[in-house]
Design a binder for this molecule. Structure first.
Ligand code: ATP
Ligand code: MG
Length: 372
């Protein structure tokens, strides 16, 4: 799988861009604030319909403009395709997704058309921050593999919002439709079971791949382990166990005004030589573990479809020592990769197929091709 073309219109600081990347390693270097991350964000936007940054969609629209557009031309074993994501805050349907020029009705139909993984310095949060970051990582990965999972996530969230709304009402008015809780719990049960099943399956696979990747990149004997911890413990009948758990927690949930158990509260636990990484690991160990998780994600996506996903590496080279940098480059050579860095010397130019200098003038970014 590769990107043959990228076209942007009023996306962040890109007014109008057309780019033809190489199937190998593409390097973008330039000053801070020039538009390097914006470029990778645009690829992610076209692949997954959302930014990798935790920011509102409205922020991707270039200052003073009405709409932002990111289009990628892709080439896969199934042929060529063009995917466009257009965000227009002023229209009733704010986000429009087109595949080969035709608007698709369901967001889930775009999943898997362009598979990509982004790794950036913020990904250290995968280990250091709270569970929501790790759930997001899992959800992004599994949604690209399984449309059923993506749909289950949407259904679960809808049910959860409705159950939470009732819980909030019950806090102020105890007579307000308590029986409805059961209705929403039942509606959430199958999607919840699908989410937990898929997460368990993928995480056991992930843990093995990430352990090996960690050993290779670090050159140590340290054992990385990743385990999925769910609040729904029983294996046998997941939908039933889920409903039971929610029923048991009803009184607490009414007091809290929200649903305190379920897959939306689950977590990944990372250990290095059996010690929880969040509390005990060094900065370098955390960085290597986060990188191993991302490279393992690439491998899982590849094993699923037989096609290599596209890798986006945002500003991570300067954070790695020389040995780890070299291991990383050797791990990624089979993928189409977009790398950004402030200084071109941060990446071994021998491995780079095409290179651009990113610069911004008067708030508008442009790319200048440079010979590697
Ligand atoms: N909606 C927008 N419209 C226009 N410009 C924007 C918009 N959003 C962000 N920018 C501009 O984009 C620039 C930041 O771009 P980006 O994050 O891609 O920089 P970068 O090259 O990755 O920098 P660094 O090396 O510091 O990571 C800033 O100058 C910011 O003002
Ligand atoms: Mg950046």
């Amino acid at each position: 799988m590769r990107i043959t073309e990228l076209k942007l219109k009023n996306f962040r600081n890109y007014e109008d861009l057309e780019l033809h990347p190489d199937p190998g390693v593409n390097l973008f270097f330039g000053r801070n604030g020039s538009g390097k991350t914006n470029l990778l964000e645009a690829v992610h936007y076209a692949a997954l319909g959302r930014s990798h940054r935790i920011s509102s969609d409205a922020n991707v629209v270039r200052y003073g403009e009405d709409a932002a557009l990111s289009t990628v031309g892709t080439e896969t074993v199934l042929g060529q395709r063009e995917i466009t994501v257009r965000f227009h805050p002023g229209e009733a349907q704010k986000k429009e997704i087109l595949i080969d020029g035709k608007t698709i009705r369901r967001f889930s139909d775009m999943m898997g058309c362009l598979r990509c993984v982004i790794f950036s310095p913020e990904d250290l949060g995968l280990i250091r921050e709270g569970p929501s970051v790790r759930r997001r990582y899992l959800d992004m990965m599994i949604s690209q593999i399984s449309r059923k999972y993506f749909i289950a996530l949407q259904q679960y969230r809808t049910g959860l919002d409705q159950r939470n709304a009732i819980l909030r009402n019950l806090r102020t008015d105890p007579s307000a439709g308590k029986s409805l809780l059961g209705v929403f719990e039942e509606a959430m049960a199958e999607p919840a079971a699908e989410i937990i099943r898929e997460r368990r399956r993928i995480v056991s696979h992930l843990s093995e791949i990430a352990r090996d990747t960690y050993l290779r990149i670090s050159g140590t004997e340290e054992q990385l382990r990743i385990a999925y911890h769910s609040s729904v413990k029983e294996e046998d009948n997941l939908p039933e166990s889920f409903c039971r758990l929610l029923q048991e927690n009803r009184e607490d949930d009414i007091r809290l005004g929200m649903t305190s158990v379920g897959p939306h509260r689950d977590d990944l636990i990372l250990t290095l030589d059996r010690n929880p990484m969040k509390q005990f690991s060094s900065q370098g160990q955390v960085r290597t573990a986060a990188l191993s998780m991302k490279l393992s994600q690439m491998k899982i996506l590849k094993d699923d479809s037989g096609e290599e996903p596209v890798l986006l590496l945002d500003d991570v080279m300067s954070e790695l020592d020389r040995k780890r940098r070299a291991s990383l480059i050797s791990e990624i050579l089979s993928f189409q990769t977009f790398i950004t860095c402030a200084d071109r010397e941060d990446v071994d130019c021998e491995k780079v197929s095409r290179m651009w200098q990113v610069s911004a003038e008067n708030g508008s970014a442009s790319l200048l091709p440079v010979t590697p």
